[in-house]
Ligand binder design. Structure first.
Ligand code: ACO
Length: 321
Protein backbone atom coordinates (compact mmCIF):
# COMPACT_ATOMS: atom_id res chain seq x y z
CA UNK A 1 0.00 0.00 0.00
CA UNK A 2 1.08 3.56 -0.60
CA UNK A 3 -0.03 7.07 0.45
CA UNK A 4 -1.79 9.34 -2.04
CA UNK A 5 -2.68 13.00 -1.48
CA UNK A 6 -6.49 13.16 -1.57
CA UNK A 7 -6.86 16.84 -0.69
CA UNK A 8 -4.76 19.86 0.14
CA UNK A 9 -5.57 23.05 2.06
CA UNK A 10 -3.81 26.12 3.38
CA UNK A 11 -4.43 29.11 5.61
CA UNK A 12 -2.41 32.23 6.41
CA UNK A 13 -3.17 35.08 8.82
CA UNK A 14 -4.81 38.07 7.19
CA UNK A 15 -2.17 40.71 8.04
CA UNK A 16 0.42 41.25 5.27
CA UNK A 17 3.77 42.79 6.20
CA UNK A 18 5.78 44.17 3.25
CA UNK A 19 9.53 44.72 3.08
CA UNK A 20 8.86 48.46 3.34
CA UNK A 21 6.92 47.84 6.58
CA UNK A 22 9.99 46.05 8.00
CA UNK A 23 12.25 48.90 6.94
CA UNK A 24 10.37 50.96 9.55
CA UNK A 25 11.29 48.45 12.29
CA UNK A 26 14.94 47.56 11.49
CA UNK A 27 17.64 49.06 9.28
CA UNK A 28 16.88 47.32 5.99
CA UNK A 29 15.25 48.00 2.65
CA UNK A 30 13.16 46.28 -0.02
CA UNK A 31 16.08 46.05 -2.46
CA UNK A 32 18.33 44.19 0.03
CA UNK A 33 15.63 41.74 1.08
CA UNK A 34 14.24 41.02 -2.39
CA UNK A 35 17.58 40.69 -4.16
CA UNK A 36 19.00 38.28 -1.55
CA UNK A 37 15.89 36.22 -0.81
CA UNK A 38 13.12 36.77 -3.40
CA UNK A 39 10.75 37.81 -0.59
CA UNK A 40 8.42 40.80 -1.12
CA UNK A 41 5.97 40.28 1.73
CA UNK A 42 4.85 37.78 4.36
CA UNK A 43 1.76 37.16 6.52
CA UNK A 44 2.21 37.76 10.25
CA UNK A 45 -0.27 36.70 12.92
CA UNK A 46 -1.73 39.32 15.21
CA UNK A 47 -3.36 36.79 17.52
CA UNK A 48 -3.97 33.41 15.91
CA UNK A 49 -1.66 30.67 17.20
CA UNK A 50 -0.08 27.75 15.41
CA UNK A 51 -2.98 25.46 16.27
CA UNK A 52 -5.53 27.98 14.94
CA UNK A 53 -3.75 28.22 11.59
CA UNK A 54 -3.30 24.44 11.55
CA UNK A 55 -6.99 23.77 12.27
CA UNK A 56 -8.19 26.03 9.45
CA UNK A 57 -5.72 24.56 6.94
CA UNK A 58 -6.81 21.07 8.05
CA UNK A 59 -10.51 21.91 7.60
CA UNK A 60 -9.80 23.07 4.05
CA UNK A 61 -7.78 19.93 3.23
CA UNK A 62 -10.52 17.67 4.63
CA UNK A 63 -13.14 19.51 2.60
CA UNK A 64 -11.04 19.22 -0.59
CA UNK A 65 -10.59 15.49 0.05
CA UNK A 66 -14.26 15.06 1.01
CA UNK A 67 -13.15 13.22 4.14
CA UNK A 68 -15.06 13.42 7.42
CA UNK A 69 -12.77 14.11 10.44
CA UNK A 70 -14.09 10.91 12.06
CA UNK A 71 -12.52 8.90 9.22
CA UNK A 72 -9.01 10.01 10.21
CA UNK A 73 -6.74 7.39 11.84
CA UNK A 74 -3.73 9.64 12.28
CA UNK A 75 -2.89 13.35 12.62
CA UNK A 76 0.74 14.51 12.46
CA UNK A 77 1.56 18.18 12.90
CA UNK A 78 5.05 19.41 12.01
CA UNK A 79 6.04 22.65 13.70
CA UNK A 80 8.97 24.51 15.21
CA UNK A 81 6.71 27.07 16.86
CA UNK A 82 4.05 25.12 18.80
CA UNK A 83 1.67 27.05 21.02
CA UNK A 84 2.24 24.63 23.90
CA UNK A 85 4.95 22.28 25.11
CA UNK A 86 2.02 20.06 26.00
CA UNK A 87 -0.58 19.09 25.06
CA UNK A 88 0.69 18.82 21.50
CA UNK A 89 -0.83 21.19 18.97
CA UNK A 90 -1.83 18.06 17.01
CA UNK A 91 -4.07 16.99 19.95
CA UNK A 92 -5.63 20.48 20.03
CA UNK A 93 -6.33 20.25 16.29
CA UNK A 94 -7.82 16.78 16.79
CA UNK A 95 -10.18 18.21 19.41
CA UNK A 96 -11.13 21.21 17.26
CA UNK A 97 -11.90 18.97 14.27
CA UNK A 98 -13.71 16.30 16.28
CA UNK A 99 -11.37 13.68 14.82
CA UNK A 100 -12.23 11.30 17.63
CA UNK A 101 -10.77 8.18 15.99
CA UNK A 102 -7.34 9.62 15.22
CA UNK A 103 -4.12 9.34 17.18
CA UNK A 104 -2.37 12.72 17.11
CA UNK A 105 1.16 13.96 17.74
CA UNK A 106 3.58 16.75 16.81
CA UNK A 107 6.95 16.26 15.15
CA UNK A 108 9.91 18.61 15.22
CA UNK A 109 12.04 18.54 12.09
CA UNK A 110 12.01 22.29 11.33
CA UNK A 111 11.57 23.09 7.63
CA UNK A 112 11.77 19.39 6.71
CA UNK A 113 8.77 18.64 8.97
CA UNK A 114 6.17 18.18 6.23
CA UNK A 115 8.45 15.78 4.34
CA UNK A 116 9.16 13.85 7.55
CA UNK A 117 5.41 13.64 8.25
CA UNK A 118 4.81 12.22 4.76
CA UNK A 119 7.56 9.65 5.32
CA UNK A 120 5.99 8.56 8.62
CA UNK A 121 2.54 8.21 7.08
CA UNK A 122 3.94 6.19 4.18
CA UNK A 123 5.60 3.85 6.71
CA UNK A 124 2.33 3.32 8.59
CA UNK A 125 0.39 2.77 5.36
CA UNK A 126 2.96 0.31 3.96
CA UNK A 127 2.76 -1.64 7.22
CA UNK A 128 -1.04 -1.66 6.96
CA UNK A 129 -1.46 0.05 10.35
CA UNK A 130 -3.52 3.07 9.21
CA UNK A 131 -5.46 4.03 6.08
CA UNK A 132 -6.37 7.73 6.37
CA UNK A 133 -4.08 10.47 7.68
CA UNK A 134 -3.94 14.23 8.02
CA UNK A 135 -0.56 15.92 7.97
CA UNK A 136 -0.08 19.60 8.73
CA UNK A 137 2.83 22.01 8.59
CA UNK A 138 2.03 25.05 10.71
CA UNK A 139 4.12 27.91 12.08
CA UNK A 140 3.82 31.17 13.97
CA UNK A 141 7.54 31.85 13.81
CA UNK A 142 6.79 35.52 14.45
CA UNK A 143 6.62 34.70 18.17
CA UNK A 144 10.19 33.30 18.26
CA UNK A 145 11.62 35.95 15.96
CA UNK A 146 13.92 38.60 17.39
CA UNK A 147 12.35 41.65 15.73
CA UNK A 148 15.51 43.67 16.34
CA UNK A 149 17.70 41.20 14.37
CA UNK A 150 17.53 42.25 10.72
CA UNK A 151 19.47 39.19 9.56
CA UNK A 152 16.59 36.85 10.50
CA UNK A 153 13.40 38.89 10.99
CA UNK A 154 13.07 39.69 7.27
CA UNK A 155 13.07 36.03 6.25
CA UNK A 156 10.13 34.35 7.93
CA UNK A 157 6.34 34.33 7.74
CA UNK A 158 3.42 32.66 9.52
CA UNK A 159 1.11 30.14 7.87
CA UNK A 160 -0.14 26.58 7.63
CA UNK A 161 -0.69 23.94 4.98
CA UNK A 162 -2.28 20.52 5.28
CA UNK A 163 -2.83 17.38 3.25
CA UNK A 164 -5.17 14.41 3.65
CA UNK A 165 -3.44 11.18 2.67
CA UNK A 166 -5.31 8.01 1.77
CA UNK A 167 -3.96 4.50 1.47
CA UNK A 168 -4.11 3.14 -2.08
CA UNK A 169 -2.76 0.24 -4.14
CA UNK A 170 -0.66 2.26 -6.57
CA UNK A 171 0.33 5.81 -7.53
CA UNK A 172 0.88 8.35 -4.75
CA UNK A 173 4.24 8.18 -3.00
CA UNK A 174 6.74 6.25 -5.09
CA UNK A 175 9.71 6.60 -2.75
CA UNK A 176 11.05 8.78 0.03
CA UNK A 177 14.15 9.53 2.08
CA UNK A 178 15.13 11.44 5.23
CA UNK A 179 18.40 12.49 6.84
CA UNK A 180 19.73 14.35 9.86
CA UNK A 181 23.07 15.74 11.03
CA UNK A 182 22.94 16.95 14.63
CA UNK A 183 26.56 18.09 14.56
CA UNK A 184 25.45 21.12 12.50
CA UNK A 185 22.65 22.05 14.91
CA UNK A 186 24.12 25.43 15.83
CA UNK A 187 23.77 26.74 12.25
CA UNK A 188 20.09 27.43 12.86
CA UNK A 189 18.65 27.19 16.35
CA UNK A 190 16.02 28.48 18.74
CA UNK A 191 16.12 27.65 22.47
CA UNK A 192 12.61 27.23 23.87
CA UNK A 193 13.58 28.52 27.35
CA UNK A 194 16.91 28.96 29.07
CA UNK A 195 17.68 26.76 32.07
CA UNK A 196 16.61 27.95 35.52
CA UNK A 197 15.05 26.74 38.77
CA UNK A 198 15.00 27.38 42.54
CA UNK A 199 18.41 25.68 42.97
CA UNK A 200 20.18 27.91 40.46
CA UNK A 201 18.11 30.95 41.53
CA UNK A 202 17.71 31.96 37.90
CA UNK A 203 14.50 32.59 36.03
CA UNK A 204 14.18 30.90 32.60
CA UNK A 205 14.12 33.32 29.67
CA UNK A 206 12.48 32.96 26.28
CA UNK A 207 14.78 32.01 23.44
CA UNK A 208 14.82 33.50 19.94
CA UNK A 209 16.08 32.07 16.70
CA UNK A 210 19.62 32.58 15.53
CA UNK A 211 21.15 31.59 12.21
CA UNK A 212 24.42 31.33 10.35
CA UNK A 213 22.88 32.21 6.98
CA UNK A 214 25.83 31.26 4.82
CA UNK A 215 26.26 27.86 6.51
CA UNK A 216 22.55 27.12 5.95
CA UNK A 217 22.85 28.29 2.35
CA UNK A 218 25.78 25.96 1.62
CA UNK A 219 24.06 23.04 3.34
CA UNK A 220 20.81 23.47 1.40
CA UNK A 221 22.46 23.88 -1.98
CA UNK A 222 24.38 20.63 -1.42
CA UNK A 223 21.66 18.51 0.20
CA UNK A 224 18.70 19.29 -2.07
CA UNK A 225 20.31 18.07 -5.34
CA UNK A 226 21.94 15.17 -3.49
CA UNK A 227 18.65 13.82 -2.10
CA UNK A 228 16.81 14.39 -5.40
CA UNK A 229 19.50 12.47 -7.32
CA UNK A 230 19.34 9.59 -4.81
CA UNK A 231 15.60 9.11 -5.34
CA UNK A 232 15.80 9.47 -9.13
CA UNK A 233 18.61 6.94 -9.43
CA UNK A 234 17.05 4.44 -7.03
CA UNK A 235 13.76 4.49 -8.93
CA UNK A 236 15.32 4.71 -12.42
CA UNK A 237 13.40 7.89 -13.19
CA UNK A 238 14.93 10.51 -15.48
CA UNK A 239 14.81 14.23 -14.68
CA UNK A 240 12.74 14.75 -17.83
CA UNK A 241 9.94 12.71 -16.25
CA UNK A 242 9.68 15.08 -13.27
CA UNK A 243 7.09 17.76 -13.97
CA UNK A 244 7.85 19.95 -10.94
CA UNK A 245 10.38 20.13 -8.12
CA UNK A 246 8.49 21.42 -5.09
CA UNK A 247 11.22 22.69 -2.78
CA UNK A 248 11.02 24.17 0.68
CA UNK A 249 10.69 27.92 0.14
CA UNK A 250 13.63 29.24 2.18
CA UNK A 251 15.24 31.52 -0.32
CA UNK A 252 14.87 32.05 -4.09
CA UNK A 253 18.65 31.96 -4.51
CA UNK A 254 18.85 28.52 -2.88
CA UNK A 255 16.18 27.23 -5.28
CA UNK A 256 17.95 28.75 -8.28
CA UNK A 257 21.28 27.23 -7.19
CA UNK A 258 19.64 23.79 -6.73
CA UNK A 259 18.10 24.04 -10.22
CA UNK A 260 21.52 24.87 -11.69
CA UNK A 261 23.19 21.95 -9.91
CA UNK A 262 20.48 19.59 -11.13
CA UNK A 263 20.83 21.09 -14.62
CA UNK A 264 17.07 21.57 -14.78
CA UNK A 265 15.14 24.63 -16.05
CA UNK A 266 14.02 27.04 -13.31
CA UNK A 267 10.46 26.85 -14.74
CA UNK A 268 10.20 23.38 -13.16
CA UNK A 269 10.72 24.95 -9.71
CA UNK A 270 7.50 26.79 -8.78
CA UNK A 271 7.85 29.40 -6.03
CA UNK A 272 5.61 31.21 -3.60
CA UNK A 273 8.30 32.75 -1.43
CA UNK A 274 7.64 36.28 -2.77
CA UNK A 275 4.28 36.49 -1.01
CA UNK A 276 4.72 34.20 2.00
CA UNK A 277 8.42 34.42 2.94
CA UNK A 278 9.91 31.36 4.58
CA UNK A 279 7.07 29.63 6.44
CA UNK A 280 9.29 26.69 7.46
CA UNK A 281 7.36 23.42 7.59
CA UNK A 282 4.26 25.06 6.06
CA UNK A 283 6.01 26.14 2.86
CA UNK A 284 5.67 22.92 0.82
CA UNK A 285 1.92 22.40 1.40
CA UNK A 286 1.33 26.15 0.92
CA UNK A 287 3.05 25.91 -2.45
CA UNK A 288 1.19 22.73 -3.43
CA UNK A 289 -2.05 24.51 -2.57
CA UNK A 290 -1.10 27.46 -4.82
CA UNK A 291 -0.20 25.08 -7.64
CA UNK A 292 -3.52 23.29 -7.24
CA UNK A 293 -5.39 26.62 -7.33
CA UNK A 294 -3.56 27.58 -10.52
CA UNK A 295 -4.47 24.21 -12.08
CA UNK A 296 -0.82 23.30 -12.55
CA UNK A 297 -1.30 19.73 -11.32
CA UNK A 298 -2.88 16.82 -13.21
CA UNK A 299 -3.39 13.19 -12.21
CA UNK A 300 -0.27 11.15 -12.93
CA UNK A 301 2.18 14.10 -12.81
CA UNK A 302 5.47 13.11 -11.20
CA UNK A 303 6.59 15.56 -8.50
CA UNK A 304 9.74 15.69 -6.41
CA UNK A 305 9.25 17.33 -3.01
CA UNK A 306 12.33 18.34 -1.06
CA UNK A 307 12.69 19.93 2.37
CA UNK A 308 15.67 20.93 4.51
CA UNK A 309 16.08 22.77 7.74
CA UNK A 310 17.34 23.11 11.27
CA UNK A 311 18.74 20.02 12.89
CA UNK A 312 20.13 19.91 10.29
CA UNK A 313 17.46 17.80 8.65
CA UNK A 314 16.57 17.02 5.06
CA UNK A 315 14.29 14.75 3.10
CA UNK A 316 12.62 14.17 -0.23
CA UNK A 317 9.48 12.50 -1.55
CA UNK A 318 8.95 11.29 -5.10
CA UNK A 319 5.24 11.03 -5.84
CA UNK A 320 2.64 10.70 -8.52
CA UNK A 321 -0.14 13.28 -8.18
N1 ACO B 1 19.03 44.38 5.51
C1 ACO B 1 20.15 45.02 5.18
N2 ACO B 1 21.38 44.53 5.43
C2 ACO B 1 21.45 43.35 6.06
C3 ACO B 1 20.29 42.62 6.45
C4 ACO B 1 19.06 43.19 6.15
N3 ACO B 1 17.90 42.58 6.45
N4 ACO B 1 20.70 41.48 7.04
C5 ACO B 1 22.04 41.46 7.03
N5 ACO B 1 22.49 42.61 6.45
C6 ACO B 1 23.87 42.99 6.22
C7 ACO B 1 24.84 42.35 7.19
O1 ACO B 1 24.91 43.07 8.39
C8 ACO B 1 26.13 42.42 6.41
O2 ACO B 1 26.66 43.72 6.52
P1 ACO B 1 28.25 43.94 6.65
O3 ACO B 1 28.82 43.43 5.38
O4 ACO B 1 28.34 45.41 6.82
O5 ACO B 1 28.66 43.15 7.86
C9 ACO B 1 25.67 42.25 4.97
O6 ACO B 1 24.27 42.56 4.93
C10 ACO B 1 25.88 40.85 4.44
O7 ACO B 1 25.36 39.94 5.40
P2 ACO B 1 25.38 38.40 5.12
O8 ACO B 1 24.74 37.68 6.27
O9 ACO B 1 26.76 37.99 4.72
O10 ACO B 1 24.41 38.35 3.87
P3 ACO B 1 24.23 37.22 2.83
O11 ACO B 1 24.58 37.74 1.49
O12 ACO B 1 24.83 35.94 3.28
O13 ACO B 1 22.65 37.04 2.87
C11 ACO B 1 21.01 35.54 3.77
C12 ACO B 1 22.00 36.66 4.07
C13 ACO B 1 19.95 36.07 2.82
C14 ACO B 1 20.34 35.10 5.06
C15 ACO B 1 21.81 34.40 3.11
O14 ACO B 1 22.91 34.02 3.92
C16 ACO B 1 20.98 33.21 2.87
O15 ACO B 1 20.20 33.21 1.96
N6 ACO B 1 21.15 32.14 3.66
C17 ACO B 1 20.34 30.98 3.58
C18 ACO B 1 19.64 30.86 4.83
C19 ACO B 1 18.17 30.89 4.71
O16 ACO B 1 17.56 31.04 3.68
N7 ACO B 1 17.60 30.68 5.84
C20 ACO B 1 16.23 30.61 5.96
C21 ACO B 1 15.90 29.74 7.06
S1 ACO B 1 16.66 28.23 7.00
C22 ACO B 1 15.64 27.15 6.42
O17 ACO B 1 14.56 27.45 6.12
C23 ACO B 1 16.14 25.84 6.29
Amino acid sequence: MTARIAGIGAYVPERIVTNDDLAKVVETNNEWIFSRTGIRERHISTGEGTKDLATEAARRALSAAEVDPKELDLIILGTSSPDCNFPSDACSVQAALGAVNAVAFDISAACAGFIFAMNIVQGFFMAGVYRTALIIGAETLSKVTDWSDRSTCVLFGDGAGAAVLKSCESGGIVDMMMGADGTKGSALSCTSRTFGNFLTKTVPKMGFMSMDGQEVFRFAVRKVPESVEILLKKNRISKQEIKYYVLHQANERIIEAAARRLNEPIEKFPMSIAKYGNTSTASIPLLLNEMQKQRMLSAGDKLMLSGFGAGMTWGAVLLEW
